[in-house]
Design a protein around this ligand. Structure first.
Ligand code: ZN
Length: 152
């Protein structure tokens, strides 16, 4: 069976490992080609201190308190940075979950990044009014994404 590329739609021979038109890694048996899940053959290393986004390949995040300080100790707003070291993505929907000292969910919001090219870092703010109680631990999970423009 020839393989249709999920990003550009090109038909590729069954034995192809990468799309001959756009270079996307084609699905191997048991491997997910969903945008944000397909591993880039040359993933870029994330900046120091960035952690992996759950359910995503090549996406990493970091969070800081106001003014770039260490993550907050109270309910003040904070900033999230998301680095994409894999395929260029668009319409990246992320679920941001914060937990309080007891491990209960203190924050659960969704954010969407319109364009997240390979090698770029997106910044987004979480406002203080969105944070219910002091957040001690934060996690980011990929909800959905689409492939962005083919990298140059
Ligand atoms: Zn393609």
């Amino acid at each position: 069976m020839p393989t249709d590329c999920v990003r550009c739609g090109s038909r590729n021979p069954e034995v192809a490992r990468y799309c001959r038109r756009c270079g996307l890694a084609l699905p191997v048996a048991g491997q997910d080609a969903t945008p944000g899940h397909a591993p880039h053959p040359y993933s870029l290393a994330p900046p120091a201190g960035f952690q992996p986004v759950e359910g995503a390949r090549g996406l990493h995040y970091a969070w800081t308190g106001p003014g770039g300080a260490a993550p907050m100790l109270g309910t003040e707003g904070f900033e999230l940075r998301v680095f994409n070291g894999g395929y260029s993505l668009a319409a990246v929907a992320l679920r941001v979950t914060g937990r309080n000292a007891a491990g209960a969910v203190a924050l659960s919001v969704e954010r969407e990044i319109a364009e997240l090219p390979r090698g770029s870092t997106a910044r987004m703010g979480i406002a203080s009014w969105e944070v219910g109680e002091p957040v001690r631990a934060l996690s980011l999970a990929l909800v959905s994404a689409a492939y962005g423009d083919a990298e140059e």
